[in-house]
Design a protein around this ligand. Structure first.
Ligand code: PGA
Length: 253
């Protein structure tokens, strides 16, 4: 079963639009039972969307971010324990817009990831090179070893990894994705690195996704590969019609 993660980023601008979009997701999830849809809305909308989720449908909720401490003097932050009552099951970690706009370091990502695993939330760890043409295995090794430092083999069954080259994100590339061949090479490479860090047996069960300008036109070329477990989708996830097409194609694979 493929997984499609919708990263809404700082969109839409009103709760009403968020509700409408989520309603659409719920409808779609009932049509395509063989796709795992995860919606990651802005934190402010989680409470309302969690109520809609209770009305039916198969859409899981994910956090776009959280802070690693539970409570205390951390102005502007929200802890995972505060988000969990809204039924979140996943959390995006290491997104490049957090790494490069908000200055999040691998050490910070690692702290959050350890908290997520401890609290039984599935972290979706995003990694990938910043510049086009700079794909190198050592960048992936560096990110994976720092972001997963201290993670024990027994904890890892909840982990998902996404290869998302920063340059291929639609807001950076004008909508041009990586090629399916390169994405596949990176996904295979990530699995090899995870096998060395943990074990072959463990690595083979970790879902590895692709992200970066995924849309209805190209989703089949990525998800058609059994090695690629799903996709993280940004801008296409905000357009109901386009996202509906993408899900339909994903479900038909
Ligand atoms: P995109 O965004 O699909 O708009 O490229 C993906 C992401 O940033 O996670």
């Amino acid at each position: 079963m493929k997984i499609i993660v919708a990263n809404w980023k700082m969109n839409p601008t009103t709760l009403r639009e968020a509700n409408d979009l989520f309603h659409f997701y719920v409808d779609q999830s009932l049509r395509h039972l063989n796709i795992n849809i995860v919606a990651c809305p802005p934190v402010l909308y989680l409470e309302e969307l969690a109520k809609l989720k209770k009305e039916g449908g198969q859409v899981a909720l994910g956090a776009q971010d959280f802070f690693w401490e539970e409570t205390g003097a951390f102005t502007g932050q929200v802890s995972l324990s505060m988000l969990k009552p809204f039924g979140i099951e996943y959390a995006l970690l290491g997104h490049s817009e957090k790494r490069y706009i908000a200055g999040e370091t691998d050490e910070m990502i690692n702290k959050k990831l350890l908290v997520a695993l401890k609290q039984n939330i599935k972290p979706i760890l995003l990694i990938g090179e910043k510049d086009k043409g700079d794909y190198r295995q050592d960048i992936l090794i560096d990110q994976l070893s720092r972001d997963l430092a201290g993670v024990e083999a027994g904890q890892i069954s909840n982990l998902l990894v996404c290869y998302e080259p920063v340059w291929a994100i639609s807001s950076n590339s004008g909508g041009v994705s990586d090629t399916p061949e390169n994405a596949l090479e990176a996904v295979v490479s990530i699995r090899e690195i995870l096998a060395k860090m943990f074990s072959q047996e463990i690595a083979q069960d970790i879902p590895i996704l692709y992200g970066g300008s995924v849309n209805s036109q190209n989703v089949a070329s990525f998800l058609g590969h059994p090695e690629i477990a799903g996709a993280v989708v940004g801008s296409a996830s905000l357009q109901a019609e386009e996202f509906g097409k993408l899900l339909e194609i994903g479900a038909s694979l």
